[in-house]
Design a binder for this molecule. Structure first.
Ligand code: PRP
Length: 184
C-alpha cells in the first residue's frame, strides 16, 4: 500500500497495529481479573487517550462505565509546561467510585500526578492508572502506573492518539517522528 502523507513523516515504526492490539488485549485481561465485580469507572484523559480508550474498554468486558476529562499541559509545544489545565471537566460525580484512569503516555508525570490528587479530592474510592506508554526516564513527579503497555525510549513518538502539534493521532501504529518535522 502506498505511504500516506502521515506515514511519510515517520522515521521508523516502534509498535505496529498488531503489536498494540496484542498488548492492549493482555492489559484488558489483567484488568478484568483484578476488577471483576467492582463496577469500575474508566476515565479517559483526552485527547491522547482517544484510540486507547476505545480499544481497552473493548478488551476488558467488565460491567463498567466510561467518563472523560480533558487536560492539556503541552498545547502545541514539545515540552510540558508542568502545569496541567483541565479543559473539560468530569461529567459526573465520582464519589466512592473505583476509577481506572486511561492515558496514552506517562511522561514527566505532571498530568497524572495532578489528576490522581484531583480525583481523590473529588471523593474517589481508588485511582488506578493504565497507560499504554511509559517514559520513566523523563519523570519529574513521583507517580507510577499500575498497568503499563510498553516502556518507550526518550524519542518523539506519535500515533495511536499521540500527537505532534495536534496531528498524527490517527496513525494506527506508533512511530518516531522524523526530526526535520519538529526542527523546522
Ligand atoms: C499528553 C498525554 C498525557 C500527557 C503526558 O497530553 O496525552 O496526558 O501529555 O505527559 P506528562 O506525563 O508529561 O504530563 P497533552 O497535555 O499533550 O494533551 P493531549 O492529550 O490533548 O495531547
Amino acid at each position: 500500500m502506498a505511504k500516506s502523507e502521515l506515514d511519510r513523516d515517520i522515521l521508523r515504526v516502534l509498535y505496529s497495529e498488531d503489536d498494540i492490539r496484542a498488548r492492549v488485549q493482555e492489559l484488558g485481561d489483567q484488568i478484568y481479573e483484578d476488577f471483576q465485580g467492582k463496577n469500575p469507572l474508566f476515565v479517559g484523559v483526552l485527547k491522547g487517550c482517544c484510540l486507547f480508550m476505545a480499544d481497552i474498554i473493548r478488551a476488558c468486558q467488565l460491567k463498567s462505565e466510561i467518563e472523560f476529562i480533558a487536560v492539556s499541559s503541552y498545547g502545541n509545544a514539545t515540552e510540558s509546561s508542568g502545569k496541567p489545565q483541565i479543559t473539560r471537566d468530569l461529567g459526573q460525580d465520582v464519589t466512592g467510585r473505583d476509577l481506572i484512569v486511561v492515558e496514552d503516555i506517562l511522561d514527566s508525570g505532571n498530568t497524572l500526578y495532578f489528576l490522581a490528587r484531583y480525583f481523590m479530592a473529588k471523593g474517589a474510592n481508588s485511582v488506578t492508572i493504565v497507560t499504554l506508554f511509559d517514559k520513566p526516564e523523563r519523570r519529574e513527579k513521583p507517580i507510577k502506573a499500575d498497568y503499563i503497555g510498553f516502556q518507550v525510549p526518550n524519542e518523539f513518538v506519535v500515533g495511536y492518539g499521540l500527537d505532534y502539534g495536534q496531528r498524527y493521532r490517527n496513525l494506527p501504529y506508533v512511530g518516531v517522528l522524523k526530526p526535520e518535522i519538529y526542527e523546522q
